[in-house]
Design a protein around this ligand. Structure first.
Ligand code: IDC
Length: 325
């Protein structure tokens, strides 16, 4: 016994040095270290251990307009405030800045989020091009490239059509589009979650629930702007959940649907309560200092990273209180 004691001590020291070297002792675990690869089980997103988890994210503004916020220092400051997910919004419409030249920016963002151990949503941001079929060819190319590059990582989510709108049907347009894109992504990425937009600017989750896709690890997006979208949209969410549909709020704010106007804390509160009850994740629009009420950064703040609470707008501060909960 007497002889063995020093050997055990030496072994223990080696273990401690090893752990410290990997940074395990010197810093807190990152979101991806804590949860590992996400998947969909029933109505919920779960972590690698099968436990229901709630993504808390921020979305960039269109990266053609605000590329300066796609950087590690920016993402890290949100991680420090409790955010675990970054959404990179690439508008798919040329009139809204789309260019294949922006692929590099998206990739830079994915790498920055990955190095910080954060989840990252690669968002094909259709908006004024309301029918996802309109730029389907480009979408196929984009997701082929992204899934080839990042499909083996466990922190990736793909959002394949931000907000279908106009004369667009779930059955005839979105569902066939989604089947094509999903099939392509699954060639290179067998497992990571794919987020599918729903009709009427990603509000009609009840319609998607009537005829969901047959693939695995799919969630359907519901977007709300709390000052505009109130009880009628919360009812749609309740109906979709009842029907067994897994939903993610991959974009929201507490102002009106224009991204500006007065904010509604009372409607925002009702939404947050409901999302907590269902354990549904939410991603806040948008990381910029643009003079509109959805911006998370104060207009007077010229920094592009190392943000503190005091740099956040009124909307930003209200939402940030939920990141810590
Ligand atoms: C808005 C931006 C605004 C920009 C506009 C471009 O906040 O600065 O000029 O897009 O069309 C969405 C969209 C999102 C919108 C946002 C606010 O996904 O792109 O951003 N919104 O209108 N859906 C509902 C609201």
């Amino acid at each position: 016994m007497k002889k063995r004691f020093p050997i055990l001590l030496v072994l223990l020291c080696f273990c401690l040095i090893g752990l410290a070297g990997r940074g395990t002792l010197s810093r807190a675990a990152t979101p991806v270290e804590k949860w590992g690869r996400l998947s969909v089980q029933g109505t919920n997103i779960v972590n690698a251990g099968g436990k229901k988890v709630q993504l808390k994210g921020v979305s960039t503004h269109g990266i053609a307009w605000y590329p300066q916020y796609v950087n590690s220092s920016c993402f890290k400051s949100f991680r420090n405030m409790g955010v675990n997910t970054i959404r990179l919004a690439l508008y798919s419409n040329p009139a809204d800045g789309f260019s294949t030249k922006l692929y590099g920016k998206v990739e830079e963002g994915v790498r920055a989020a990955t190095n910080l151990g954060m989840y990252v949503i690669i968002d094909w941001h259709i908006l004024n091009d309301g029918n996802p079929k309109q730029h389907q060819k480009q979408a196929l190319k984009f997701f082929t490239r992204m899934s080839k590059k990042f499909g083996k990582q466990k922190n990736i989510l793909y959002e394949i059509c931000n907000e279908p709108n106009g004369n667009v049907s779930w059955d005839k347009d979105i569902r066939p589009y989604a089947n094509k894109i999903i099939k392509r992504i699954r060639k290179y990425d067998k497992k990571n979650i794919i987020i599918v937009g729903t009709p009427t600017w990603s509000q009609d989750v009840d319609i998607a629930a009537g005829k969901p896709l047959k693939h695995k690890n799919i969630v359907y997006s519901l977007h709300f702007y709390a000052a505009t979208h109130k009880e009628f949209l919360r009812q749609k969410l309740k109906a979709a959940r009842k029907a067994g549909l897994p939903v993610l709020v991959s974009e929201f704010s507490i102002c009106d649907a224009s991204g500006n106007g007065a904010i509604s804390k009372s409607s925002g509160k009702k939404w947050m309560k409901l999302l907590k009850r269902y354990k549904i994740g939410y991603v806040a629009w948008n990381v910029s200092n643009k003079a509109e009420t959805s911006s998370l950064i104060k207009s007077s703040c010229q920094k592009t990273g190392n943000f503190k609470k005091g740099d956040l707008s009124k909307t930003g501060r209200w939402i940030a209180a939920y990141w810590k909960k």
